[in-house]
Design a protein around this ligand. Sequence first.
Ligand code: KG4
Ligand code: ZN
Length: 340
Amino acid sequence: MNYTILAIESSCDETAAAVYSSTHGMLSNHLYSQAFLHTPFGGVLPEVASRSHLEKMPIIIQQALDTAGCTLNDIDVIAVTHKPGLAGSLLVGVCFAKSLAWATNKKLIGVNHLEGHAFSAQIENDIPFPYLCITASGGHTSLYLVHDFGVYDVLGQTVDDAAGEAFDKIAKLINLGYPGGPIIEQYAAAVDFQDFFSYPRTKKSSFDFSFSGLKTAVLYDLVKRNAYILETKQFTQASNILLQQQVASSLLVCISDIFIDKITYALKQFPQVKAVAFVGGVACNKFIKRKLQALCLQKNIPFFAPSPQYCTDNAGMIAFVGHYKAHKGEFSDLSLDILR
Ligand code: KG4
Ligand code: ZN
């Protein structure tokens, strides 16, 4: 059976819609990013996010249909992110999806946002199973052993902050703005991705991640360095920028080392693994990608990361999961609720 799926994603600060077809693949993938609305606050303001979703959702859905060259009549299934995320934001997407499904008598599928990320590298690549998948985003950091579409074990997760959250919080600490990941990468590039401050790495022989200690270590280190700068009256605009670059670079190297350690440990534990995938917003980071690619090359194992449009939050990945769920007959009914 062929399906054409319209997907809706609104779990955080991106209003997104996409159309995926069994016969033609991804037909459209549209997005409205609210990031600029939240930048002045250094993080996402939930009520601002919900209101913006409410305003932009019909426009983005129409754009996704137009680009795909179809109307609602051509759609068989409405897929929607229903967990996890900001409650108010999820509610807007789920309400739109349920209303559309009810009014047009279409099938409905609730999709787990994290499953969307975990399979996002499959949209553009044929990845052999089983593969290891590191998902690193602003809200989540997990390691999966993926056996098949929709079939995976969660090997480890962050016990506190997510990797993207560490970039965002530390960027805020050194006055670089939100979202932190892209600007940290830019500042780190200016000093050649060197490790200046050797921030602490987490335990190697574990699948779980922890980033809040890293944040505290950066904070204490900064307090010490700033006290020294004040004492020796060395503060200038240039020295401040250099310090921001050195923190950014040391942080990036530290986080990439943590990922390298996790993959190395997991490959040892699961020799049957045939590939490694790196997904989520943090997978936009070219430096970390290069490091992981080099590791996989050395281990003689293929490495995959989605193109940036499928790394950060997007509806394409939700449509893709919706599509294989439709084939498995995993439909939801109109009682579909959100789960934070
Ligand atoms: O997947 P995503 O759009 O949203 C969540 O599901 O959370 O990820 C957003 C996160 C933010 O924390 C952002 O700082 C991070 O991805 N990010 C990056 C880069 N681009 C985005 N982190 C590191 N390097 C980047 N180039
Ligand atoms: Zn996400």
